[in-house]
Ligand binder design. Structure first.
Ligand code: BJW
Ligand code: ZN
Length: 270
């Protein structure tokens, strides 16, 4: 089982959540990533997510995304991703083996009814375009400029899971059902500060199913909840370098574009 966070995409050039210093321009990110913020200032929140969507669309999956996608094709394993950047889907990670428990930047959903749509437009509406110059002021828009639900006319919002919101219940249930199936050998914790529930709970749950834990993180202090145990591993460094190396005997040698340039030496490696 794999749990990944923003550090997986750091080498693709996307800042981690806490790595942004908690700020975007002069705004506190914590104050943009809540439904309360959206109700108060939907224009500002939409401008923040327009910026995030553009950054993610301009980024490319890295070797770690491709290695995890290949691992999923070869092993009985699931990935729980906290990432909303769409890079794992773009690395062709099998759809039925990954659960995006914090949603996606590229789904729009209605703030009021059940309407949802995939959307890759940049920007979603022309008025939302963000000035290239970071110091240039953000355009002062009226909420009329924001995307609206074709079904009920209320505002559409980014399809991410904000603080205090429930992660998609179907996904949470599917993850728990999979964990209940039997023993878990190994739990990989990749590029996450393990600071947000429910993701932070999964390492303890996996341990209860017998898992040993392997952490991949540039920061030795970012341990999973409950700390490290005797038979765990901590690989300190860039996930995009470490993972393809550590998984090479199982997934083969992968190039920058995700092509397997050398087959695995030990595909049945347990
Ligand atoms: C590298 C690297 C490299 C860097 N290689 N590594 C007080 C305030 C706010 C909230 C709460 C609160 N008290 C309680 C709450 C609830 C909250 C919570 O858990 N808070 C904790 C403080 C306890 N949880 C929730 O609100 C969740 N909802 C919930 O629990 O509902 C109840 C429920 C549970 C279960 C079932 C049903 C109901 C929802 C949480 C939603 C989080 N949403 C966000 C924003 C998404 C939208 C957006 O992106 O704008 O998700 S918050 C943010 O944190 C984002 C991330 O997915 C998430 C996790 O962060 P992540 O990925 O770990 O990133 P970072 O930046 O923290 O860490 C990066 C790591 O990478 C670091 O360790 C680096 O060292 C490392 N790294 N480069 C390897 N190259
Ligand atoms: Zn609606």
């Amino acid at each position: 089982m794999v749990l990944c966070g923003a550090g997986l995409s750091a080498s693709s050039g996307l800042p981690t959540f806490r790595g942004m210093g908690g700020h975007w321009r002069k705004y506190e990110v914590m104050e943009l990533a809540t439904f309360e913020a959206f109700k108060k200032n939907p224009v500002r929140v939409w401008q923040f997510y327009t910026y995030r969507r553009k950054e993610a669309l301009n980024a490319k999956p890295n070797k770690a995304h491709y290695a995890l996608a290949e691992l999923a094709r070869r092993k009985n394993c699931i990935t729980v991703s906290q990432n909303v950047d769409g890079l794992s889907p773009r690395a062709n990670h099998p759809d039925d083996k990954i659960f995006h428990i914090h949603g996606s930047l590229f789904t729009l959903r209605c703030e009021s009814c059940d309407y949802a749509e995939p959307n890759l437009d940049d920007p979603v509406k022309p008025e939302l375009a963000i000035p290239e110059d970071e110091n240039a002021p953000l355009p002062d828009l009226s909420p009329e400029a924001l995307p609206r639900c074709p079904s009920c006319e209320m505002l559409l919002r980014p399809g991410v899971v904000w603080f205090y919101e429930d992660p998609p219940q179907d996904d949470v249930k599917a993850v728990e059902d999979w964990m209940d199936l039997g023993r878990i050998d190994l739990f990989l914790v990749i590029g996450t500060s393990s600071s947000v529930d429910p993701a932070a709970k999964y390492s303890t749950m996996a341990r209860d199913k017998g898992a040993r834990v392997a952490v991949f993180n540039i920061n030795r202090d970012d341990e999973p909840v409950g700390g490290m145990r005797k038979k765990d591993w901590f690989f300190k460094g860039d996930a995009a370098v470490l993972l393809p190396e550590l998984l090479r005997s199982v997934v083969g040698e992968i190039d920058e574009d995700g092509a397997i340039v050398k087959p695995p030496s030990n595909p049945n490696n347990q």
